[in-house]
Design a protein around this ligand. Sequence first.
Ligand SMILES: [Zn+2]
Length: 319
Amino acid sequence: MQPMTLKHNITTRRFIEEHHDWCSVCNTPFLDHHTTHLGYTNKGKLIYTSDCCANEIVTTIIRHAYQKRAYKKPTEETVLWRFMDFTKFVSLLKDKSLFFTRADRFEDPFEGAKGLLKNKPKWDSFYKNHMIEAIRTVPGGSNLNKSDKELLSEALKLVDSLNQIGKRQVQETFINCWYENSHESEAMWKLYTSTLEQGIAIKTTYKRLYKALNRDPSIHIGHVNYIDYESRFTGVNESFWYKRKSFEHEREVRAIVSDHFAKESFGRLVPVSLNYLIEKVYVSPTSAEWFKDLVQDVMAKYELNKKLYVSSLKAQPFH
Ligand SMILES: [Zn+2]
């Protein structure tokens, strides 16, 4: 039996994260605008449910208006890779942490962007109309008698605050990127190592990554969507899950953590259980035997008990 607590703490937040889209009692999927309830049954069992089984809750911890995730969660066995230089590998082992880069420190100026600057007036206008409607139709009808001028003025203030939040978010969002593919990629070896002969790749799965990060419910792991910003923009809380089509080759799965109180200028180290995270370590297809020995030594020094492989791209052909 779970220890009963009325506080919404890491255990209860994790429970919501892991039963995000369906009732934990009867597995009925939640629909948009369902109210979800987290609480305890009379036997002290923690459940997360909607109207289907809400009558089983005797003590409520929190209620939400259900919203779909802003991103697609990978399947448990989705294979993920990270390609890196030897120095990055050593600091990974030494720090026993993954480095989450602050969003505005990436080369891509579109990190967290909602769209193309030339389309900003359209974005503003779209959300202005959306806000006017939201204010006018607030439940209970308390805004029913507001004049058009009042509605417009309130809507413009809200749009302005969305714009301010958007600018702040790139300094409060930290991202750790992975390449999703069941196989190694020659292009990724070249893209993410400055000296290919001394490149290293680590292989994991979504499940390993999530668990190695201690199933932290404040870290979200999902697929990046690649879109054409000429024809659309992104919504308010989803911009970090979108990139331009020209990045499609990255097949990125990213872990994101947001922190309104963040002080870091470049990024943050998030502790990770390496022996759980890493399934296999590979040295690059062009690496020398001495390099493989060196990597093996470093792994032993930091007690990473994994077998070291040579990239399968090194295989010998016959003609
Ligand atoms: Zn149910």
